[in-house]
Design a protein around this ligand. Structure first.
Ligand SMILES: Cc1cc2nc3c(=O)[nH]c(=O)nc-3n(C[C@H](O)[C@H](O)[C@H](O)COP(=O)(O)O)c2cc1C
Length: 168
């Protein structure tokens, strides 16, 4: 699978770097990936922005806790409408929330038709791995070609090295 991603990029396919980030950590590595790939950045923007109270994982009733305990939760997004047809490969970045991707990522994937496209996930976290979140995405969205994802907790240098190696 990785082989075909590489040759797709070599043949000049267009790259989108879509990401969701509340406190800037994922955004930093997303920007590093943009720099290396020449892809178009796209910030996934919830219509209702997350406040720090919303992000309090110690509070069972906070917005993020309620959303993550509800598999059907799909927070509404705002922001520019994407023309997915313009892109062949999508890097998709998010913070790990409760060992998963945040629900706005599900809203994003379901809002557009990514069937047959390659999506390469990347994430940042406090310490959790990305593996469980990818397993869940593959299960929910088998029509998408999922590239090998990567946890990018070691900053922009790691992000650049990784992205370079994917498009080389
Ligand atoms: C609601 C919530 C849940 C989180 N759950 C986890 C988790 O399960 N494992 C983990 O390692 N980090 C967890 N974190 C920490 C974030 O993944 C980490 O701080 C991430 O880098 C934030 O990215 P951002 O600045 O792009 O929003 C959680 C953070 C929040 C706000």
């Amino acid at each position: 699978q990785k082989q075909s991603v590489n040759s797709d990029v070599q043949s000049g396919k267009k790259i989108l770097v879509a990401y969701f980030s509340c406190t800037g950590t994922t955004e930093k590595v997303a920007n590093a990936i943009v720099e290396v790939t020449g892809g178009k950045p796209y910030k996934i923007t919830p219509a209702d922005p997350y406040t720090s109270a919303d992000l309090n994982w110690k509070d069972k009733n906070s917005r993020s806790s309620r959303e993550m305990s509800d598999e059907q939760s799909r927070p509404v997004l705002s922001g520019d409408v994407l023309n997915v047809k313009d892109y062949d490969i999508v890097f998709l970045g998010y913070p790990i929330w409760w060992n998963l991707c945040p629900r706005p990522i599900n809203t994003f994937i379901e809002k557009y038709d990514f069937s047959g496209k390659t999506i390469i996930p990347f994430a940042t976290s406090g310490s959790s791995s990305i593996i469980n979140s990818i397993k869940y995405l593959k299960k929910l969205y088998p029509q998408i070609k999922w590239g090998e994802g990567k946890l990018l907790n070691n900053g922009t240098g790691q992000a650049k090295d990784w992205a370079k190696q994917i498009i080389k």
